[in-house]
Design a protein around this ligand. Structure first.
Ligand SMILES: NC(=O)c1ccc[n+]([C@@H]2O[C@H](COP(=O)([O-])OP(=O)(O)OC[C@H]3O[C@@H](n4cnc5c(N)ncnc54)[C@H](O)[C@@H]3O)[C@@H](O)[C@H]2O)c1
Length: 333
């Protein structure tokens, strides 16, 4: 059986997901692609062999040939489109974040609770990245004792013009929030955002250091530097009692020439996390055809926005903000 997939949003991520579904994922085919810019939808549909290109996101969700929906439109649209999928009873892979704020994210949780089943997977693809997966496995082997601290680096070459300091927390740092919770199997209990000396090449507070405490007493520090100029660079180093666990950039070619060793760096997240996106999308399709839900749930998305809400408060006040959580509903245990 092949699942018909509809994609909402055909920008950078929607186009990438369409190519992955069309070329690298078994058990799925593209039915419809919708974008506010119909020409963009048409171009990606022609390239990937999707049957229909439209400017009608709700029509994609209602389309009887669409068995599952992938949402890659802007953050502010995620909650409404995800709720429409839940009401239509269709599994949905929604790009991160679940919503820009926890209050909006809670609407999705309410919709899933009313439906009484989990239909939402969040696009926190790092949970499927081989580097992070191995890191979590090594930690859980117990060979290096307990994790004490987690250093994270999140650097982009440049940030889009519409980005600001809040977006850096809500849209970028949210990846570190989810992966830290996942790798450490812990909740983040407080956050403090520090502004560094501002880069002359940045139009907002950049870089920033974000420091979290976990409910297990660990520290997680995140360097957010979204105008680092030289490329896309994500690093993680786990500090354990008898060793450290880290991974490097995933692009492996090394050139030695003229007295210099050079390795490639990705220009952005797509090549760096290409394996993660592919594994994530395949796992999503397989979970629909018979398995149980995989990856980050709507609850994980909601918790991540609870943490980024607190991060935004710390950004504004300069203070450490304690993070209070709602009780986890039974559906997500
Ligand atoms: N998982 C990741 O690594 C990752 C990386 C980048 C972006 N993202 C997320 O993916 C989403 C899309 O980001 P992007 O970089 O592709 O942005 P983008 O601006 O390149 O693409 C967004 C597309 O959505 C379309 N659009 C806008 N409103 C729409 C609507 N109401 N209905 C249908 N289409 C609409 C736009 O025309 C545009 O083509 C964002 O939520 C972003 O946070 C995730």
């Amino acid at each position: 059986m092949s699942i018909g997939v509809g994609i909402i949003g055909a920008g950078v991520m929607g186009a990438d997901h369409a190519r992955i579904i069309a070329r690298q994922v078994a058990g799925a085919h593209l039915v419809a692609i919708s974008d506010a810019d119909e020409d963009r939808a048409r171009a990606i549909a022609a390239e990937t062999g999707a049957k229909r290109a439209v400017n009608d996101p709700l029509g994609v969700i209602a389309d009887p040939e669409v068995g599952a929906v992938l949402i890659a439109s802007p953050d502010s649209t995620h909650a409404d489109f995800t709720i429409a999928c839940i009401r239509a009873g269709k599994p949905v892979l929604c790009e991160k974040p679940l919503a820009p704020t926890a209050a909006e994210g809670m609407r999705v949780i309410d919709a899933e609770l009313s439906a009484g089943l989990r239909l939402v997977q969040l696009g926190f693809m790092r949970r499927f990245d081989p580097g992070y997966t191995e890191m979590k496995g090594l930690l859980e082997s117990g060979r290096y004792g307990e994790a004490l601290a987690f250093h994270c680096v999140h650097r982009n070459a440049t940030a889009p013009a519409y980005f600001d300091s809040v977006a850096a927390i809500v849209n970028s740092c949210v990846h570190e929030v989810d992966i830290a919770r996942h790798v450490l199997s812990a909740e983040l209990s407080s956050v403090r955002v520090f502004r560094a000396k501002k880069s002359k090449l940045a139009h907002f507070d950049d870089p920033m250091l974000v420091v979290f405490e976990t409910d297990k007493g660990q520290l997680v520090d995140v360097e957010l530097f979204l105008n680092a100029q030289y490329g896309y660079d994500v690093k993680g180093e786990l500090i354990c009692e008898t060793g450290t666990i880290s991974f490097g950039p995933a692009l492996n070619t090394e050139v030695r020439s003229s007295g210099v060793t050079a390795t490639g760096l990705a220009a952005d997240w797509r090549p760096r996390f290409s394996a993660a996106y592919r594994i994530q999308n395949q796992a999503w399709i397989e979970s629909i055809t018979g398995g149980s839900p995989v990856g980050s749930s709507a609850w994980d998305g909601y918790v991540a926005t609870t943490v980024t809400d607190a991060g935004v408060r710390s950004l504004k006040t300069g203070e450490t903000v304690a993070i209070a959580y709602e009780k986890r509903p039974l559906l997500y245990t």
